[in-house]
Design a protein around this ligand. Structure first.
Ligand code: GN1
Ligand code: CA
Length: 275
């Protein structure tokens, strides 16, 4: 690339010499000093030697930013990450199937020699016990019903105290004995008590009902109100004297309100439950 350029420059120099030659001859002709120009043809000299190699050029300007390169190839698989956090506890699984039956255990040691059972004697003894229990029950029944003259249900004993007392004293006497005035709360109990009164040859006894706290609001002595049951005589309670706040039961089973200061026999009841 350098040599053609040098040749080109050499050609320019030769042409310049020819041109100058013409100029000088014209000037000479104009001055008429010499005729050598008109008589001598100036020929180009021989081709010069190749010039020295030029100095390196300056650094060129920075080129424009090239277009975006194409997508690179997929790289290698990365290293494994760190272990994740422990997950939440899952729901309770379904019940497993029943396991197989285990193998039988080893036989136990030989037992001690048994003693002779005199079963006949035991049977006889038990039979005698049964007889004694029956006789005791009979005796107890006699004492309760004839001597003491009491009545009972599965839950309670009832006892008529043949002492004439007003209502408050009657209640106190029952409590001293460990009970309270009788509280008939259903027809069966009411009938048992009325039968007891009539069989004893009595007409009336105090029972544990009154409206002392509030007129017409009858309460049992355990501070519970009358609920689904009552056995008032026709026309009662009438608060006849204006002071009839306590209740008697008559031999018919009917109830009547009477004055609390009336002194009559009374019926106590006792719970069979251990306190
Ligand atoms: C009795 O005795 P008399 O009739 O005044 C009874 C009242 C009854 C009334 C019914 C102490 O009163 O409680 O409601 O009969 N008083 C006594 O007629 O027994
Ligand atoms: Ca009355």
């Amino acid at each position: 690339m350098v040599y053609p350029r040098i040749l080109q420059m050499t050609t320019y120099v030769a042409l310049l010499v020819v041109f100058l030659g013409h100029i000088s001859c014209s000037e000479i002709e104009n001055r008429s000093v010499s005729d050598s120009c008109s008589t001598h043809t100036i020929l180009p000299g021989p081709k010069g030697d190749v010039g020295e190699k030029g100095d390196p050029g300056e650094f060129g300007k920075q080129g424009k930013e090239g277009p975006m390169g194409s997508k690179g190839n997929k790289s290698q698989v990365g290293n494994s990450g760190d272990n994740g956090l422990l997950g939440k506890i899952g729901p309770i699984g379904a019940k497993g199937d029943k396991g197989y039956k285990g193998t039988p255990g080893l036989p136990g040691g030989k037992g001690k020699t048994g003693s002779f059972c005199d079963c006949g004697r035991y049977r006889k003894f038990v039979g005698q016990l049964d007889n004694n229990v029956a006789r005791l029950k009979s005796s107890l029944m006699f004492v309760k019903n004839v001597i003491a003259g009491i009545r009972e249900t599965d839950e309670k004993f009832y006892y008529i105290v043949k002492e004439e007392r007003n209502y408050r004293d009657a209640l106190t006497q029952c409590r001293i004995r460990g009970g309270t005035l009788a509280m008939p709360k259903d027809q069966a109990t009411n009938s048992l008590i009325s039968d007891y009164i009539s069989k004893t040859g009595l007409f009336r006894v105090f029972i544990g009902i009154n409206d002392i706290e509030k007129e017409k609001q009858y309460m049992y002595t355990d501070n519970t109100p009358l609920q689904n049951f009552s056995s008032w005589k026709a026309g009662e309670p009438n608060d006849g004297s204006g002071y009839e706040d306590c209740v008697e039961m008559q031999s018919t089973g009917d109830w009547n309100d009477v004055e609390c200061n009336l002194t009559i026999y009374f019926m106590c009841e006792f719970s069979k439950k251990a306190k």
